[in-house]
Design a protein around this ligand. Structure first.
Ligand SMILES: [Fe+2]
Ligand SMILES: [Fe+2]
Length: 258
């Protein structure tokens, strides 16, 4: 089974880049299931219209993170649309954190979790929550994919040890910078961060001039202005055998002229 998992869509430039690149990526990798993290499609959060655009571009599943709840208009959609997943360890918020999707006549379980370090909305402990969530999915799925949406590399790498041999693929999201540590251990494909689908010329998606102004003035970094220009599209391709074990993982980083 061929899986495409693309990193956080950041702003209109990222969304347009994804729309332009994803159909060809799906074809060239013969993707059976395509997942996209959509939490920054609106810069901060994702509107229902942007969710439609991500699905139309070729996503089968949209995963979300901490920023998803900053746009209140998505809450009703998250509650109704089973193809959109928020972190499972935020159970007091609308929506769901895991789902089962059909790909190549097999059930594929998908789970989203939030890290705790530097993350808002006070998620439950992901290292405690993960066992129950995985056990539920494993009842009917030999293939399980996990998006661990976390700020710290240590939390993500620790989760790799927690899930090694237990899931097919574990990807990190949220930090928007792709790491070069893709690997397979015990049949589990892993990367610390997928990177983003966002403006190429930016500070993790944000306008560089705005980011510098924030840092020079000693303010906390806030993401307010999202530059135009070309896009960079990041993610991974992963091949999973019938036994649910990852046999190949490949980083994707593509510049897209807009
Ligand atoms: Fe993000
Ligand atoms: Fe995030």
């Amino acid at each position: 089974m061929n899986i495409l998992f693309m990193g956080d869509v950041a702003g209109e430039t990222g969304l347009r880049g994804l729309e332009k690149a994803l159909p060809e990526l799906r074809r060239s990798y013969a993707a059976d299931l395509t997942l996209v993290n959509g939490e920054n499609a609106a810069g901060v959060g994702m509107t229902p219209e942007q969710a439609d655009r991500i699905f139309y571009a070729g996503a089968d599943v949209i995963t979300l993170g901490n920023h998803a709840f900053d746009r209140r208009e998505i809450l009703d959609r998250i509650d109704r649309d089973e193809r959109i997943l928020r972190p499972a360890n935020l159970p007091r918020l609308p929506g769901r954190g895991r789902g089962i999707f059909e790909a190549r006549h097999r059930d594929v379980g998908v789970l989203v979790l939030s890290g705790r370090f530097g993350m808002d909305y006070s998620p439950d402990n992901p290292f405690i929550a993960v066992d129950k969530e995985i056990a539920e999915l494993k009842k009917s799925c030999s293939t399980v994919l996990v998006d661990f949406h976390a700020e710290s590399t240590s939390e993500k790498i620790a989760m790799r040890y927690a899930l090694e041999g237990k899931v097919s693929l574990l990807v990190g999201t949220h930090t928007h910078v792709q790491t070069a540590d893709e690997q397979i251990r015990g049949g589990t494909g892993y990367i610390t961060d997928l990177g983003m689908c966002g403006p190429e010329d930016s500070v993790i998606g944000v306008d560089p001039a705005w980011a510098l102004e924030q840092f020079r003035s000693g303010k906390a970094f806030t993401a307010k202005t999202w530059p135009e220009g070309d896009a960079a599209i990041s993610g991974v391709f992963c091949e999973i055998g019938n036994d649910g074990k990852c046999v190949r993982i490949e980083r994707i980083l593509k510049n897209v002229k807009l």
